[in-house]
Design a protein around this ligand. Structure first.
Ligand code: ZN
Length: 395
């Protein structure tokens, strides 16, 4: 603290300044560091052009707003957050790479051009109509085991899920890079589901309406892949290829339906908070749900503004809908296939002796399932610890 003096010239021209409702989101799209500020702070940041001193910026915003503004203190905050590019012409973080990969940007502008976006939308609509028209196309959990060897099926499932995940995340990466926004793909745990996610926080530097395409890009490609798999099931006469398409459809549908469990902060969650301009929606909805079901946090709810209450109400309804969807997903797409796999493995083990490969195939499946259960329990413990430490902080 206290490194800056009022004679310093600051350069914040690399920061993006976006109006979001009545406030402004300013930040560094490359570092993914953003803050919400009132309009006076946005004017201060615009003033840091690398030529004016802190004192000069202070004078001009105070003249505009007719009140005293502590520009030096705000500048210290920006410095702590790493949001200042240069002080007196000297670059602070030279090692930060600010260029997006031109190949990714080029590919993104081709694959997320207007005509192709139209094609993705039509594909999704067509897929929904096909399943509605012919419900037998909706995959059953029995479809996921392609081989008599459950172990071999499990390996194919793992490869399929990995490939589908990479394609989905790559869509986000391309659509964000098309707008000149750098991305980072990472693994994370949400409740019981292990998820891959693309960090697109740099999108806050773009206009609100431009953010929808990168948020929806993953689902757009999922939709095309689902349609392709459905068409294979309808028109390809080769049994194994049809079975494979059914298995892929199963996992793609699981992915797309999961997006509607918005409390897991899925792609649909980001679409919604972008639409209503508030990142506090999640917190406000939790306050409402806890007030209704646990009779807690009454005071906090009373303090919210009327429009915040309104958003929180309909968002809570979506949360409960998401809860129902999550239960269905967990039972239909995870419990049922696991039980079915276990039953097959158990049959293989009881019908064969340990000199037979099928016996060991069964052992392999059971070991794999036990590892998954263990991973879940570890995730559960982490989530509980996080919740406890959060409560300790807020109490
Ligand atoms: Zn996604």
């Amino acid at each position: 603290m206290g490194n800056l003096v009022k004679e310093h010239c600051l350069d914040c021209t690399h920061l993006s300044i976006q109006q979001d409702g009545e406030e402004y989101t300013i930040g560094d799209p490359v570092l993914g560091e953003f803050i919400r500020v009132p309009d006076v702070a946005a004017d201060v940041v615009r003033g840091f052009d690398g030529e004016k001193t802190i004192e000069e910026v202070k004078e001009s915003v105070e003249a505009k707003y007719g009140e005293e503004v502590d520009v030096l203190d705000f500048a210290e905050t920006l410095l702590e957050m790493g949001l200042i590019l240069k002080i007196n012409g000297v670059v602070l973080n030279e090692e930060v790479d600010r260029e997006v990969n031109p190949r990714l940007q080029k590919a993104g502008s081709i694959l997320f051009s207007k005509p192709l976006m139209m094609f993705y939308t039509l594909s999704a609509v067509a897929a929904v109509f096909l399943i509605a028209y012919s419900p037998s196309l909706f995959p059953s959990f029995r479809d996921v085991f392609l081989f008599e060897s459950v172990g071999l099926s499990a390996i194919l499932i793992l490869l399929t899920i990995s490939a589908a995940t990479i394609i989905h995340e790559f869509a986000h990466v391309l659509a964000a890079n098309r707008l000149g926004v750098k991305t980072k793909v990472q693994l994370n745990l949400r409740m019981i589901f292990l998820v891959a996610e693309t960090d697109m926080s740099g999108l806050w530097s773009r206009e609100k309406k431009e953010r929808y395409t990168p948020y929806l890009a993953g689902m757009a490609w999922d939709g095309v892949m689902i349609l392709a798999c459905l068409l294979v099931q309808l028109f390809v006469p080769i049994a194994f290829i049809v079975s494979f398409a059914q298995m892929v459809t199963f996992f793609l549908l699981f992915g797309v339906i999961s997006q509607f469990v918005i409390f897991l902060r899925t792609d649909m969650y980001f679409v919604l908070i972008n639409w209503v301009n508030t990142s506090a929606l999640h917190e406000h909805s939790l306050v409402l749900l806890q007030k209704i079901f646990l009779r807690k946090r009454q005071d906090e709810w009373q303090r919210l503004a009327p429009h915040e209450k309104k958003h929180a109400k309909w968002f809570s309804v979506l949360y409960m809908f998401g809860g129902a969807v999550a239960t269905f997903l967990f039972v239909y797409f995870q419990i049922l296939p696991s039980l079915y796999g276990l039953q097959q493995a158990f049959e293989n083990m009881t019908q064969h002796t340990f000199t037979n490969l099928y016996f060991w195939d069964g052992i392999l499946v059971i070991v794999a399932l036990l590892i998954q259960v263990a991973a879940w329990l570890i995730g559960l413990r982490t989530a509980r610890q996080e919740r406890q430490s959060n409560q300790a902080v807020s109490a």
